[in-house]
Design a protein around this ligand. Structure first.
Ligand SMILES: [Zn+2]
Length: 273
């Protein structure tokens, strides 16, 4: 065969391979958002009706993209429904509103258990002692492109959007964190000055939370955030979205840094207590 013809055919095949996924995504985004999905959002996402209409419309587009790109599967006999897919996608996408970035490019799979799932783990304490055990988890985020969630907890967290606990926001904050290459409490930021203000605000607050946890003092953020910087970012994200007024009042610098990262102000959606 003529080598020029082979070159043209290979070029055409590459162009097609690049074009098809984009075409499929455009087609998914152009499809109307199903009325049943709006019902799911209104029923399950406690904050949805408070969102201004432009954000609701943006969220719906992102949900379509998320559901088009990510694969859901059930574990322990669970049958995945549209209610589960839309409820999880909506909360994951809330972290990306106004950010105009790819939707979790490394994430491929979301695995859903009916409720808390048991894992076997080895852990090392501060003294270097390694212990092995089994424990129940409500959610887990893997850097290899996987998030695991317990559906009953997802639903409770979605419906109650004011208690500061939300397993989907938590696990997807870990996904954002790991986009920088390692899950260390610092996601991808715009520049060196952003990293400086990020580190300044988060490290002081992290130390304060560690002190609170050590002496058993009540704090706005869950003591679980004192575990390490990655958990601190995930817990701070839950608090930012679900208790924004109190966070802005008592942790002003941290709130400002998170607001410039997430590019939204959740105080506008939460009614005054
Ligand atoms: Zn975590």
């Amino acid at each position: 065969m003529n080598p020029w013809l082979i070159l043209v055919l290979v070029g055409a095949a590459i162009a097609l391979a690049l074009w098809i996924p984009r075409f499929r995504l455009q087609r998914a985004l152009a499809a109307p958002f199903p009325a049943e999905w709006v019902g799911i959002l209104e029923r399950n996402i406690g904050i949805y009706r408070n969102l201004p209409m432009p954000l609701r419309l943006e969220l719906r587009q992102m949900i379509k993209q998320f559901l088009h790109q990510k694969h859901f599967s059930g574990a322990a006999g669970l049958q995945v429904t549209d209610e589960m897919r839309v409820t999880i996608a909506a909360q994951a996408c809330m972290l990306q509103l106004n950010r105009n970035s790819d939707l979790y490019p490394r994430l491929r799979y979301i695995i859903i258990y009916p409720s808390a799932f048991i894992v076997s783990r080895s852990e090392m304490d501060d003294a270097g002692l390694v212990s092995h055990g089994r424990k129940g988890l409500l959610g887990e985020s893997w850097q290899s492109g996987k998030v695991i969630l317990a559906w009953d907890n997802v639903l409770n967290g979605a419906r109650n959007f004011v208690d500061g606990r939300n397993v989907v926001l938590h696990e997807f904050a870990h996904q954002l964190d790991s986009e920088s290459g390692s899950a260390n409490g610092a996601p991808l930021l715009a520049g060196a000055s952003s990293y400086r203000s990020w580190a300044g605000a988060l490290s002081d607050e992290f130390e304060d939370l560690q002190k609170d946890a050590r002496v058993g003092r009540r704090s706005l953020m869950d003591h679980y955030g004192a575990t390490n910087p990655a958990e601190f970012f995930a817990v701070a994200t839950e608090t930012f979205f679900e208790k924004p007024r109190r966070m802005a009042r008592h942790h002003e610098e941290l709130f400002e840094v998170l607001m410039s990262y997430y590019r939204i102000d959740p105080r506008e959606w939460q009614h005054a207590p």
